[in-house]
Write a protein that binds this ligand. Sequence first.
Ligand code: CAP
Ligand code: MG
Length: 432
Amino acid sequence: MSGKVGWYLEFVDLSYKPAKDDIVCLFYFEPEAGISVKEAVGRIASESSTGTWTTLFKMPPRMKKLQATAFHIEGNYVKIAYPIGLWEEGNAVQLLSGIAGNIFGMKAIKNLRLIDATLPPSYVRNFKGPHHGIDGVRRMMKVYKRPLTGAVPKPKIGFSAAEHAAIGFETWMGGFDFVKDDENLTSTSFNRFDERVKLMAPLRDKAEKLTGEKKSAFLNITADVETMKKRADLLHEYGWNYAMIDVVVAGTASVMTMRDHCSDLGLAIHAHRAMHAAFDRNPKHGLTMQFLAKMMRLIGVTQLHSGTAVGKLVGSKREVTAVADVLREKKTNALPGVLLDQEWGRIKDAFPVSSGGLHPGLVPDVIDIYGTDLVLLVSGGIHGHPKGTRAGAKAAMQALEASMEGETLLEKAKRHSELREALEKWGYMKTK
Ligand code: CAP
Ligand code: MG
């Protein structure tokens, strides 16, 4: 072999100062045996921007201006800056194809994890973000101070539309704001979407009349985009103000399309994250939940599942807090190994959604972690109440009231039998 084959080191410049409108990414990386740190980071920068595996005969001068630069290495962490010109305006999918694309499969890199990216104002400007924002949802639901509450009929799939609606009614009557479809319930032979939408609407109206409160549901429209549009139209026709999408499996492009369609109809988007753990669970590889949350806020979901730290699914307190910050704050500051700086400009905020193995005994912990700008989902933890769904929802609302008033659950339970019975069954058990 003669001559230079690779040119990865040209993508490393430790004296480079990122330009104001560069996109800067933070990666965790581990080189494969025999690959130097510099070559590894050069390969990451190269493959995610203008590089290829070999030197080429001739390149137009423009190339140089478009190439990414690995400019800061600290242990197994590297920061890479990408010129703004590399990226299409308003196309989040293209960004992912670059900074979260081929690079995860390179043989030369043993592990690679995209932790966060600073998106400059000139990039963020081309996105619409959430239509409602936290305040808009609160006005729509007429709930101004406490977390919003919801539950999925459980077990997660198998009820008919009529059974589902009846459980939903009990959930609303127990004091909850929302009834939610589960991630794997869309339109099945035994529970068609259209039927569910139609049967639940009069029960919602009845519950609103009986309680004097606004009631709503996250009905799962997930399917191909054309079907999702039709389902969103039906939701609007029947007076619903939300649509639910399994945003990871549906994909960024379809969420972007549906954000516009739903906004035209005034529908907020509840984003379920089923499948996220396939790429964010391994702490050394894939991408983080906080980065996924950033993309989802950017492309305009109203709220996104973000973990519990104390419930049955993975997600540490540190991760949960980082995700909540990405969704809710106007600006986030760098937190080593977790977050980079981010300014959101005119992009509205989004609600985090805490869910998964929660019951009344865990509500104070969740409120402690998140505060009150939160959508709290307690599903098995209300339907499993010894006296049933309505009593379960009441118990969860009592736990919420106690947490907000600074009272212990035991004190509150002295005056409320529903909470007492819930504590007798589950106590303060951390679920698995
Ligand atoms: C919770 C849930 C949610 C998970 C999703 C379930 O039910 O409906 O889908 O919380 O995970 O199917 O497990 P329970 P995450 O309240 O009965 O556990 O919120 O972490 O994305
Ligand atoms: Mg579920």
